[in-house]
Write a protein that binds this ligand. Structure first.
Ligand code: HEM
Length: 581
């Protein structure tokens, strides 16, 4: 009694509720199917005699499962099958333990949960239980000569198998309920976020229209003055024209920012990833920003001079935009002191790290997390005073991430200056290292923050072609050359899409199969959409795919494959499978 009370005290409330539920479920089901202590006794007696039959049961069980055309979707290979045969015998042994308490029910529920997780449909479990039932009933007939005894034992066996089936099915029910609850919670959170986004967007729109109107008013007002001949002389006219020109440039900057963020949001902004030399880029950008710094009497310090700068992989035009943005901001928000540019090749492996630091107005700590969010400015009145769309940091973050880097901001607080630090991948050659389940780490080509793609092909040439192409388009790519390794890669890498060759080496045990089997397994297990790639007649692949009735249908691309066709197919699949916000 004492021990039970201690246990009660140590149980988490959720666990306690689950145990209470299971205890009730167990006693209700036992009484409904009439499982009592006499059954438990009979089963415990027959167990040892059935023990030698269990290996044959496991063999038959998985032979029957493999006859099912969809078994490949949940089973990955011979190593897993070997393990499963042992676990099935272990499961069968416990049927004859004679003890069907809370611990038993928890074990059976856990097995049920595992099946839900790996994607075994409930109807398969129900029909598989029949395979066990028929085998064990026949085995009892074989080992028990006394007909009456055999009939009673078989009756008890039916009861315990019913109890097991009930527990496994209850797992399915509970999991569905939990999934629905989770989905509901996610939908509620998404809804709240949408409302908040709507509010922030309205605020942004009001701010941007004000920002657009200010230079527009200047342009219209000054041009009208000139057109109406109200200037006193040529000099005054020229001065007004200069103001008009500057207002036009300012307006263009804001419009470009808004268009950029809209293009990024719509996934329409394309980067041209290439080898970029940083030295000339730094020099160009510093020349532009130095003019603004000089005008404000701020010292521009270039700490990168004399450093050997290895080339990076990125979009030169967009990198320039990020640097101008960050250095321009630093100058804009600094009234006295200095702005410094630094670079470091050691700080982050495989990346160049760039820092822009200033002695300006800084950012309060509680606002720092929001500075890179679109539409969320630290203080709209602030950008109003200093001009601009206030989108610079949001755009910079998206651009840096699309190029495979990351960006962060540090500021000791208001009035204490700020430091923005970003990384960009060095231009390293793409290495073909197909994934193996035994590897500790994934080998990812391309920007690690890019949309994730898994390429499965046993032809090294084509694999490398796809890998290079996708990496240069800003995707993060992992490759595999076999069915089992591909499943492991999908499990660990969580790709957004897989490109799968139709013809893959097929295992002789038939436990796993060709590319179409893999496409089916990806969809079933990970809800992962695929594109099938083949050098063979696509009509045949289409016929085989149609037989599987995969939803949504898998697109087929024919080798040789050009960049444009691949880009279009990827775009289609990724848009169709866009996750919930
Ligand atoms: C009466 C029906 C079944 C019983 C008693 C049974 C038994 C088991 C047991 C004891 C485990 C290990 C659970 C764990 O690791 O916690 C397991 C896992 C599994 N079973 Fe079943 N099973 C049944 C039906 C099926 C069917 C019909 C399929 C496939 C079509 C299937 C596929 C699997 C898979 C894929 C796993 C997970 C393997 C892994 O961890 O790698 N099972 N099963």
């Amino acid at each position: 009694m004492m021990r039970r009370r201690n246990y009660e005290a140590s149980r988490a409330p959720g666990q306690a509720r689950m145990d209470d539920f299971l205890n009730e479920f167990l006693s209700e089901t036992k009484s409904y199917i009439g499982l009592d202590s006499a059954d438990a006794e009979r089963l415990a007696i027959v167990g040892p005699a059935l023990e030698p039959h269990l290996p044959a049961l496991a063999e038959l069980f998985y032979r029957k499962i493999l006859e099912h055309p969809n078994a490949a979707r949940v089973l990955s290979g011979p190593e897993q099958l070997g393990r499963l045969k042992l676990t099935l015998q272990h499961w069968a042994r416990r049927l004859f333990s004679g003890c069907y308490d809370l611990d038993y029910a928890q074990d059976r529920m856990a097995i049920g949960r595992r099946h839900v997780t790996v994607g075994v449909p409930q109807r398969y479990v129900i029909s598989a239980m029949d395979v066990v039932r028929i085998f064990l009933l026949e085995s009892i007939d074989r080992i028990e000569p006394d007909l009456q005894h055999a009939a009673a034992t078989k009756h008890s066996l039916n009861k315990i198998l019913d109890l097991d089936l009930n527990l496994m099915c209850e797992s399915y029910f509970i999991t569905s309920l939990r999934e629905l609850r989770d989905l509901n919670a996610r939908l509620e959170a998404a809804n709240l976020e949408l409302n908040e986004l709507g509010r922030v967007k309205d605020e942004f729109l009001a701010h941007t229209s004000h920002e657009l109107r200010t230079p527009l008013n200047a342009i219209l007002g000054f041009t009208k003055l000139i057109l109406d001949g109200l200037c006193q002389d040529r000099d005054e006219e020229r001065e007004l024209l200069r103001d008009v020109f500057e207002s036009g440039q300012h307006l263009l900057g804001i419009v470009n920012d808004v268009l950029d963020i809209a293009r990024i949001e719509a996934g329409k902004l394309k980067l041209t990833m290439e080898r970029v030399e940083m030295r000339p880029l730094f020099e160009q950008v510093l020349a532009v920003v130095r003019v603004q710094a000089d005008a404000k009497g701020i010292r521009m310090v270039d700490e990168t001079g004399g450093l050997p700068l290895p080339p990076v992989r990125g979009d030169a035009h967009r990198l320039r935009q990020v640097l101008i943005n960050l250095l321009g901001n630093a100058v804009k928000f600094t009234d006295e002191g200095w702005v410094s540019l630094r670079a470091d090749t050691e700080a982050v492996a495989g990346h160049l790290q760039v820092e822009v630091q200033d002695t300006g107005i800084g950012i309060p700590r509680d606002k720092q997390a929001h500075v890179f969010e679109k539409f969320k400015q630290v203080d709209t009145s602030f950008t109003r005073r200093h001009g601009g769309s206030g989108l610079g940091l949001a755009i910079s973050r998206r651009l840096v991430e699309m190029m495979g880097g990351s960006i962060a901001l540090e500021s000791p607080g208001k009035g204490l200056g700020a430091l923005v630090r970003f990384t960009i991948p060095l231009d390293a050659p793409v290495e073909d290292r197909p994934h193996r389940a035994a590897y500790d780490q994934l080998s990812i080509a391309g920007p690690s923050h890019g949309t994730r793609v898994l390429v499965v092909d046993n032809d090294p040439g084509f694999r490398k072609y796809l890998q290079r192409l996708l990496a240069s388009e800003g995707f993060a790519v992992v490759t595999a050359d076999s069915y089992a390794d591909a499943l492991d890669a999908a499990d660990r890498f969580h790709p957004a899409v897989a490109l799968v060759d139709w013809v893959l080496p097929v295992s002789t045990s038939l436990a796993y199969g060709n590319g179409i089997d893999l496409v089916a397994a990806f969809q079933q297990r990970f809800s992962l959409p695929s594109i099938l790639v083949t050098g063979h007649e696509p009509a045949r692949a289409q016929a085989e795919l149609s037989r599987r009735n995969l939803k949504p249908p898998t697109p087929i691309l024919r080798k040789p494959l050009d960049a444009e066709t691949l880009r279009e197919a990827m775009q289609k699949v990724l848009t169709a499978h866009a996750p919930l916000p």
